[in-house]
Design a protein around this ligand. Sequence first.
Ligand SMILES: Nc1nc2c(ncn2[C@@H]2O[C@H](COP(=O)(O)OP(=O)(O)OP(=O)(O)O)[C@@H](O)[C@H]2O)c(=O)[nH]1
Length: 608
Amino acid sequence: MDVSSFTPDRIRNFSIIAHIDHGKTTLSTKLLSLTGTLPEKIYGKQYLDKLQVEKERGITVKAQTCTMIYRNKEDGKDYLLNLIDTPGHVDFNYEVSRSLMACQGALLVVDAVQGVQAQTMANFYLALDAGLEVIPVINKIDLPTADVNRVKQELKDVFGFHPDDCVLVSAKTGIGIKDILPAVIERIPPPSSEGIKKTFKGLLFDSWFDRFRGVICLVKVVDGQIKRGEQIVAAGSGQVYEVFDCGIMHPEQKTTGALYTGQVGYITPGMKTSKEARVGDTFYIKDHPVEPLPGFQPAKQMVFAGVYPVDSLDYNPLKDSFEKLMLTDSSISISKENSVALGMGFRCGFLGLLHMDVVLQRLEQEYGQIVIATPPTVPYRCLLTSGEEKIISNPAEYPTPDVLDRTFEPMVKGFIVLPTEHFGAIVKLCMDSRGIQQNHETLEGGRIRLTFSFPLAEIVTDFYDNLKRVSSGYASLDYEDNGYAESDVVKVRILLNGEEVDSLSAIVHRSKAQNFARSLVKRLKNVVERQMFQVNIQAAAGGDILSRETISAMRKDVTAKCYGGDITRRRKLLDKQKEGKKRMKSMGCVELSQEGFLKLMKSSNDDE
Ligand SMILES: Nc1nc2c(ncn2[C@@H]2O[C@H](COP(=O)(O)OP(=O)(O)OP(=O)(O)O)[C@@H](O)[C@H]2O)c(=O)[nH]1
């Protein structure tokens, strides 16, 4: 395929952004089928959601790019339209912002029933910051409860859109779909043509690993052109690569042998691992260096957890699986970790809880690895009495009180959009989650937007689920990083007969430590098996015992075989048994079996 005739004036690069479930993927799929990019038989299977988890959960995790060729009725010319689907959940904001860097415009999809939600706002501002032209699209107008006028008014009040600028569609039934691409061509500016004559400069904005072709990089050609066989340099590392192939995603890789200014496409540079493909990096032709483009913010891990194989013999297979998975998801971090109860495993960093869930599910579905994950924790900044500072993302490594001066925890600014009737319940939930209210705005249609400052640790546990529960699903949440704040947290340690179970330790705010300890100890009592000796389960913070439970010893009837009579023999046996118990007790340690641990983790999920 030859794409050389598509000069910047006949290219449009745009993204679709929306709150979760407002219909981005359905809309993208519809546009691909309208332009004949998708074979009819694939249509309807949500082609763009490629990962199995995405299909199952109906969420988009990894942004997908696809090129369409569209004949514009207005001027009878063919246009190259690059559509970039983006994920909607707050954990994947990072994917959204990097997709936007390759675009000049965005379709802001808003559900005609739900109206503007927290992520609608967050994504709109991301697009605005990236200098994009935004076209509002009201979707799901086929639903009987759709209220198009109210949503138009909201879009006007919140973002200043003129009601006539809204495109009204049903991505499901296809109503209004044909109006979208003409609006894209007319309203979204073409990429700059200034660099046509310059030497090649490309922005690397996404990459993935292909089993057969190695790393595939998605690039936006900012200046000049790139051809198969040329030698390019990655500005970040200075490493030289050969372009083995290049082309467009239509919808799979379709080779074109060259890419020109303004175009978005793939190149296969023969990189060995996707670590070499640093998102935000600039490519240039060997011996023709250019000023690198401003890079992206690297993905930031907000949630950490220990991940262990259920069978400790599976450590190496799990390691291999992680390595493979990280070829397609470079936003995970892993390091080796050892636990007395669980054996060898990994401490992993994730973008958020949903990301953690998705990774664990992918490990199971794509690699057959069943794992145990410890409760998630956030990274704490600990200032030691020696003046040294440490970031702690594993409770087992939390400094002891004698060397710890102060602890700071990560904070977020949370935005919640909610219907008025749930105001009381939601404010209470926020306060219970140590939130401090900062702002309160009234929106169109009897809704409110609250701004709260929260400790991230509260948000990453069950806040999101609770928010959905108390608002019957009507409230939405978005949050952004808000630095660190000093916090009165303590490490709660779990002791089984005095021995610490490292993987059960947690860092908890002092005000919540008692309840946390009580609930965990109670649950532990249900999963620790009875032993031949008494088991004491304790939760301690510093030197204080916050909670304790006892499991009494199993009493084996050693005298069962002594029928009647000889009382002294009976006594002797019982004494011997007592002796044995004492010995076992002094040997002390009760190991919590992996099975028990699994049960415990499950009971914590059931509690929520
Ligand atoms: N009735 C109706 N349902 C729609 C329409 N568009 C999408 N849906 C449904 O809304 C749900 C969410 O649609 P998706 O396209 O997966 O939403 P999304 O915004 O891509 O979701 P994420 O990728 O997870 O952010 C699905 O059940 C769709 O079938 C529409 O126009 N009308």
